[in-house]
Design a protein around this ligand. Structure first.
Ligand SMILES: Nc1nc2c(ncn2[C@@H]2O[C@H](COP(=O)(O)OP(=O)(O)OP(=O)(O)O)[C@@H](O)[C@H]2O)c(=O)[nH]1
Ligand SMILES: [Mg+2]
Length: 501
């Protein structure tokens, strides 16, 4: 078919025009996917020069890899050793990769996993079934990986932290499991998760699997479970058992707290003379005693075991109070006799003035009943294993006062420390906020509270209570410790700042 020449020229021009329009529209339609910053995730901005990415109309498009700008994180706001923050800096992982990481975390500590024989019971609820497409073949089943919470949520231990030869020690009954966990969680959160000190659990009967599983889950360090030998938890053969039981009954009738309890007496005797002799304890130099249900109110920023080592402290306490006289009627007499027999054990710079209110009278003055409350103790086991303490305990044990009366481990430890150690080796650990019902010690200095380190109410402290003995102690060591709003900083913290750790 013949077409006039002007019409042919017009059609060619029209065809060029349509082709050009098509190329222009299709090039521009790719703009948003590369350029639109709202398309990228809120914390990763993509910075791409427009012309370079798109190219000029009609030219071949050169693909330049986008420059990823990572968010700038303020170093000061990144808590040390917090893996979650580190993860936030890494590129987003797929679900399968995350699941693989969780499994790797759970298998990194084989000795802890071994100690969790009943751990399966924690994951009774099965996770939703996964399809073949979202579970890679080399990833173990999810129900197994859930038997332990991934490390970042449990342990925040610094990889390079050095620790002392020490343990957290708890004498506890199986039925106190949840009270034990309550106390443990606080010790871990306030201190131990950064160090991973081992825990030692002691019991006069075997620990249940449930107890072991649920406490080792909280422990950031290794957990040891030991049963106390029978001879450390029974009346020695020189005790007249029927006489002892008669007296227990009478003390119970008189309304003396735990007066009728034989097990309480085993506990007091064990804590006086046997806890440091347990086989599991032989490997340790220092210990921190923790009881079920106690509470900790302040972050413990230093390592107290290291504090003891560097500052030559042997015995530390947070509260001091009077003992019930009816539980120790003949204890002081026995102490006097022992001191007469062994004057060599009394330290020339002892804290004897903490025990008696008659200046210069030495042990001939009456016992004022003051003692350190031993449910909290951070101390050097060498003291208990030393000649003086061992002889002292053996002497007292022969007297039978643990059973005929109801001698407690608190006055025994305290009298020994006050007589056999130099005053300077006993430390009032004022910076540790602590509660064992019904009393609380709350730091009295401004910094402990203004810094946000503590959560207790300063006025709740037992320090200046009429039933307390702290003021006597402060006089013995000539220490200034005014009530809230007291010193600018805790005396313990000042010591660390002066002499270091
Ligand atoms: N295994 C075991 N532990 C015990 C027994 N009696 C006491 N304990 C533990 O010994 C420690 C001291 O006992 P508590 O009953 O707290 O004695 P307490 O502190 O003088 O008295 P409370 O005011 O009741 O706390 C705690 O850690 C108890 O868990 C016992 O018969 N067996
Ligand atoms: Mg208690």
């Amino acid at each position: 078919m013949a077409v006039a020449r002007p019409i042919r020229v017009g059609l060619i021009i029209l065809a060029f025009f349509l082709a050009g329009s098509f190329i222009y529209v299709s090039s521009n339609s790719r703009l948003p996917t590369v350029y639109n910053p709202l398309r990228s995730s809120s914390d990763v901005a993509v910075d791409v020069p427009v012309a370079a990415a798109v190219g000029k109309l009609g030219e071949a498009t050169e693909v330049i890899p986008p420059k990823v700008v990572k968010p700038v994180m303020n170093e000061e706001h990144v808590p040390p050793h917090n893996d979650e923050f580190k993860d936030a800096m890494e590129p987003e992982k797929t679900d399968a990769e995350k699941e693989k990481d969780r499994w790797d975390d759970t298998t990194r500590t084989p000795e802890k996993t071994e100690e969790k024989p009943a751990a399966q019971s924690l994951s009774k609820e099965k996770p939703p079934a996964k399809t073949d497409t979202d579970t890679p073949k080399d990833v173990p089943p999810i129900s197994k990986s859930l038997t332990k919470i991934p490390d970042p949520f449990v342990a925040h231990k610094a990889p390079d932290v050095t620790i002392e030869n020490a343990a957290l020690v708890m004498l506890v009954r199986n039925e106190e499991l949840h009270a034990a966990r309550y106390a443990m969680r606080q010790v871990e959160d306030r201190f131990n998760r950064r160090y991973g000190y081992p825990w030692v659990f002691l019991n006069d009967v075997p620990f249940t699997e449930e107890f072991k599983t649920m406490t080792s889950g909280i422990a950031s360090g290794k957990a040891h479970y030991a049963q106390i030998p029978k001879e450390h938890w029974s009346m020695p053969q020189w005790i007249d058992k029927s006489e002892a039981r008669k007296r227990m009954k009478k003390m119970g009738e008189e309304g003396i707290i735990y007066g009728e309890s034989e097990s309480y007496r085993h506990m007091c005797r064990f804590n006086s003379g046997f806890f440091y002799r347990q086989e599991v304890m032989q490997q340790f130099r220092y210990y921190w005693r923790v009881e079920p249900f106690v509470e900790y109110y302040c972050d413990v920023v230093e390592d107290p075991f290291r504090f003891l080592a560097v500052h030559n402290k042997t015995y530390t306490f947070t509260m001091a109070l009077y003992e019930y006289e009816a539980t120790i009627p003949t204890l002081w007499e026995a102490v006097r006799e022992f001191a007469k027999k062994h004057p060599e054990y009394i330290h020339p710079d002892s804290a004897i003035q903490f025990l008696t209110d008659t200046p210069g009278a030495g042990l001939s003055g009456p016992y004022n009943l003051c003692h350190f409350w031993s449910n909290f103790e951070i101390a050097d086991l060498e003291f208990f294993r030393g000649e003086a303490y061992e002889a002292f305990f053996a002497f007292l044990d022969r007297r039978g006062g643990f059973f005929y009366e109801r001698w407690g481990d608190a006055p025994i430890h305290s009298i020994a420390a006050a007589l056999f150690l130099p005053r300077s080796a006993i430390h009032f650990y004022d910076s540790i906020g602590y509660r064992h019902a019904p009393y609380t010690h709350c730091p009295q200095d401004r910094e402990s509270h203004d810094s946000g380190r503590c959560s207790c109410e300063p006025g709740s402290t037992f320090d200046y209570d009429g039933y307390g003995c702290l003021e006597r102690w402060l006089r013995v060591v000539e220490m200034e410790y005014p009530a809230w709003p007291g010193l600018a900083r805790s005396p313990t913290v000042e010591m660390i700042r002066d002499k270091g750790l």
